[in-house]
Write a protein that binds this ligand. Structure first.
Ligand code: F6P
Length: 341
């Protein structure tokens, strides 16, 4: 079989580990693997690179993606879908492994549903917001970067009696904020799913300071709705605004200082959360997903995505994974909340 493999959307640690694992299994079975460059753009414009045993070796600890990535949406480009189908046919591909989040896999699901396109998916994103899987790879690494940052901010917060606001990524879900906040012992966590008002947040901080704690750590997700903050208007081909542009962390820090009088500083973690080497957990998850994707290709189970259910790697319909965002459920929130104030 001649199998194409692409990485789309924001990069994250573990992409190369999937390429390595899927590539290894396809090659072991006598198949041929071709790298499609820069996500769906590579199939629109015909950008490829051959992947042999040499190209896929040494990839396990390597961050980013050796194939490059973009947020190209063929459904938004004039003749984009026709180009994807024609390129795929011309190159003699039998199957495609698409590694991505809701946008990249949303395109894969539509191509499969509307054109019977032979694609399988692998769930990637630091945001952990894909449905039908317990975890996406990349999330554990982002949480571990954010947790380390929170630990470091604790010591300086304590020395200066300050409130430290830490802005983390996550788009419209608060997974990174909640899990790193619990792991780092945050005193307040603000996420899109739980609209705690700035007034209530400040009340909790005052309560804490009245108990004799002179410093606080506040973790805020980039998608948290802060009253009065303007929406970012720069959107990508999937209609997503660049949330980091809103500056929710800085605005929140100003508001906390104005309302409480406590000296406040902000740290925006940004793309540091997406860079560097994957954690062991992400390496293993990415490897298991890559092997499963190769198995799905071999079995011609197209329109499916590798997924984690408990400790098992299973496969689920791509359409189910991309139907809606997986938001932080109330029981996770109540674990975080037990330590506020
Ligand atoms: O989806 C992953 C993610 O890192 C989000 O958490 C964030 O909002 C977005 O991508 C940032 O995108 P970009 O790299 O295009 O600035």
């Amino acid at each position: 079989m001649r199998v194409g493999i692409l990485t789309g959307g924001g990069d994250c640690p573990g992409l190369n580990a999937v390429i390595r694992a899927a590539g290894r299994r396809v090659m072991t079975r006598g198949g041929e693997v071709v790298g499609v460059r820069e996500g769906w753009k590579g199939l629109v414009e015909g950008l490829f690179e051959p992947l042999g045993p040499r190209e896929i070796s040494g990839l396990l600890p390597r961050g980013g993606t050796i194939l490059g990535t973009t947020r190209t949406n063929p459904f938004k480009l004039e003749g984009g879908v026709e180009k994807v189908l024609a390129t795929f046919e011309r190159e003699g591909f039998d199957a495609l492994v698409a590694i991505g989040g809701e946008d990249t896999l949303g395109v894969a699901a539509r191509l499969h549903a509307e054109h019977d396109f032979p694609v399988v998916g692998v769930p990637k994103t630091i945001d952990n917001d894909l449905s039908a899987t317990d975890y996406t790879f990349g999330f554990d690494t982002a949480v571990s970067v954010a947790t380390e940052a929170i630990d470091r901010l604790h010591t300086t917060a304590e020395s200066h009696n300050r409130v430290m606001v830490v802005e983390v990524m996550g788009r419209h879900t608060g997974w990174i904020a909640v899990v790193s906040g619990i792991a780092g012992g945050a005193d307040m966590i603000l996420i899109p799913e739980q609209p705690v008002s700035i007034e209530d947040a400040c009340k909790e901080l005052r309560r804490r300071h009245e108990r004799g704690k002179d410093f606080s750590i506040v973790v805020v997700s980039e998608g948290y709705e802060l009253e009065g903050l303007a929406e970012a208007d720069d959107v990508d081909q999937f209609g997503h605004a660049r949330l980091s542009e809103r500056g929710v962390g800085a605005a929140l820090a100003r508001e906390i200082e104005a309302r409480t009088g406590y000296e406040t500083r902000v740290t925006v973690l940004g793309h540091v959360q997406r860079g560097g080497s994957p954690t062991p957990r992400d390496r293993v998850l990415a490897t298991r997903y890559g092997l499963k994707a190769a198995d799905l290709v071999e079995e011609r189970k197209f329109g499916r995505m590798a997924a984690l259910h408990g400790d098992e790697i299973v496969d689920v319909p791509l359409a189910e994974a991309t139907a809606r965002l997986k938001t932080v459920p109330p029981d996770w929130w109540s674990v975080a909340q037990a330590f506020f104030g």
